[in-house]
Design a protein around this ligand. Structure first.
Ligand code: B12
Length: 427
């Protein structure tokens, strides 16, 4: 007799271990399972919450593992252990398996892209009906109306950590050379109807009660479309004066608009994650569309007038267009802008991105262990502008010394103006 059917969804530990919030990708996979097979017991094991994955309970189970690039070595290890423990099959999902499915062929199947088109339901059907799993499951992206919800016990599980995430929209039209978003979700922004996002928040107990948990909207281009304003209006009405802590990635364009800022300021308290990326605006305009003509410092100045809005500036270091003293210049830029928080990443040539393809073509990849693709390590040969259109090559140690110097200096500087102790830490 076969073991009891069950679905075990796993979030592998992240090498640099920051941030805990239960993966919206796994919750979406769980929602598909609940919609199609409501009697199938489904659990999530998030290694950041539950510790190292214990495979002892997975005999006969379908094990689904989500993985960004940096989690891949750990994801593979979990898959091996689950197989040794007698799992029925392993299904990998998320950005990295979508781009490089062949890497997982020895260990299990891959669900490529989003699950809402039915791909994961097909894998579940094979599992439930005892058929062998296909090597790959893939369905095109679909409109995000009437998305199913997961079993309530998984939302209870997600409430164990003080941050929660909800998918409000997917896709991004910008095609930035370093970004992976459109590989999974396409270039067209698809919004969920505002009332349905609010209904999910309510079902997950994120709208009423304790206002302190922080809710992140995972859309990549929040504020660009009228639907985002409609969502904020719906939220404001649903909150009816209650507080709500939310976070969204917002571009400089919408933030330049006072009406948008007034609206955002009227909905609880917001952390605006602002991808300015680089002080070297001319160079950046080649890698990122739509940034010309907006002065980041004046946008931040404008936002400071709104008491319920905090800012976290996102910067990236490592582009070929930067000068040798990019570290010092970036510090000066942070001083000019005076955000409440800063997150500085090292440019990382993720598989499937234009920058990834360019680095491979130019033979500049220096590190192939995916665990280092966490934006805290330099994995490629760093070039910089040396004047007169000459290119210099910076040794990795020099770059990392400069990066660490910048993080430390920025943290000290930020304490001078950031009113929020928790924000002034430079991540
Ligand atoms: C939210 C988010 C995070 C959260 C993750 C929270 C969590 N617990 O998972 C946080 C803030 C922690 C995070 C961190 C990082 N992130 Co991030 N993040 C995102 C973001 C904005 C949204 C992802 C999301 O939840 N979408 C909503 C869900 C519903 O969609 P989804 O994840 O695509 O999942 C769908 C499918 O992929 C699939 N699926 C996913 N998993 C699984 C699993 C199974 C079994 C199945 C069947 C299907 C499946 O089904 C889902 C529904 O259709 C994406 C950009 C994007 N739009 O994708 C970047 C993104 C995933 N992040 C990225 C990166 C690089 C990072 C960092 C490593 C670096 C950085 N500087 O930001 C850090 C890591 C820091 C750390 N130490 O943790 C890159 C990944 C590139 C890569 N190849 O790895 C992305 C794509 C952004 C980008 N611009 O390129 N991130």
């Amino acid at each position: 007799m076969g073991a009891e059917k069950k679905l075990v969804l796993v979030y592998p530990q992240f090498p640099s271990g920051l941030f805990a919030s239960v993966s919206p990708g796994l919750l979406s996979a769980a929602a598909q399972a609940h919609q199609h097979y409501p009697a199938l017991p489904t659990t999530i094991w998030d290694e950041r919450i539950d510790g190292e994955f214990d495979p002892s309970g997975v005999t006969g189970a379908l094990v689904g593992i989500t993985t960004m690039t940096a989690q891949v070595p750990r994801a593979k290890r979990i898959a091996e252990r689950a197989r040794e423990a007698g799992a029925y099959g392993i299904v990998f999902g998320g950005i990295h398996p979508t781009v490089l499915p062949a890497e997982f062929a020895e260990l299990g199947s891959v669900v490529r892209g989003e699950v809402e088109g039915g791909s994961f339901a097909q894998a579940l059907a094979d599992y439930v009906q005892d058929r062998p799993l296909a090597r790959e499951y893939a369905t095109p992206v679909v409109p995000l109306e009437n998305l199913p919800l997961a079993h309530p016990h998984l939302y209870e599980y997600a409430l164990r950590v003080p941050e929660s995430m909800i998918s409000d929209s997917r896709g991004c039209p910008l095609s930035c050379s370093y970004c992976s978003v459109q590989i999974v979700s396409g270039k067209k922004i698809r919004h969920r109807p505002a009332a349905q996002v609010v209904a999910e928040l309510r079902a997950r107990k994120l709208l009423e009660g304790d206002p302190n948990p922080q809710i992140t909207f995972t859309g990549d281009a929040f504020g660009f479309s009228p639907q985002d304003r409609v969502l904020l209006e719906h939220l404001r009405a649903a909150l009816d004066g209650r507080d709500f802590h939310w976070l969204a990635q917002i571009g400089l364009g919408p933030l330049n608009d006072d009406r948008f800022l007034e609206l955002a300021n009227s909905v609880g308290h917001a952390k605006l994650i602002i991808g300015v990326e680089s002080p070297f605006r001319d160079g950046l305009s080649i890698e990122k569309n739509g940034i010309r003509g907006i002065n980041p410092a004046s946008v931040f100045e404008k936002i400071r007038k709104y008491p319920n809005l905090r800012t976290r500036l996102l910067l990236m270091l490592g582009f070929d267009f930067e000068p040798r003293d990019a570290f010092e210049q970036m510090l000066g830029f942070i001083r000019d802008i005076q955000p409440d928080g800063v997150y500085i990443s090292i440019l990382t040539p993720f598989p499937g991105t234009q920058i990834g393809a360019k680095m491979i073509e130019q033979g500049r990849i220096r590190e192939t262990n995916w665990a280092y693709y966490d934006t805290r390590h330099l994995v490629f040969e760093r070039h910089y502008q040396n004047g007169d259109a000459r290119t210099g090559v910076m040794p990795a140690e020099e770059f990392m010394t400069g990066f660490k110097w910048l993080l430390a200096q920025a943290e000290t500087e930020m304490q001078k103006w950031s009113q929020f102790a928790d924000e002034s830490r430079v991540l």
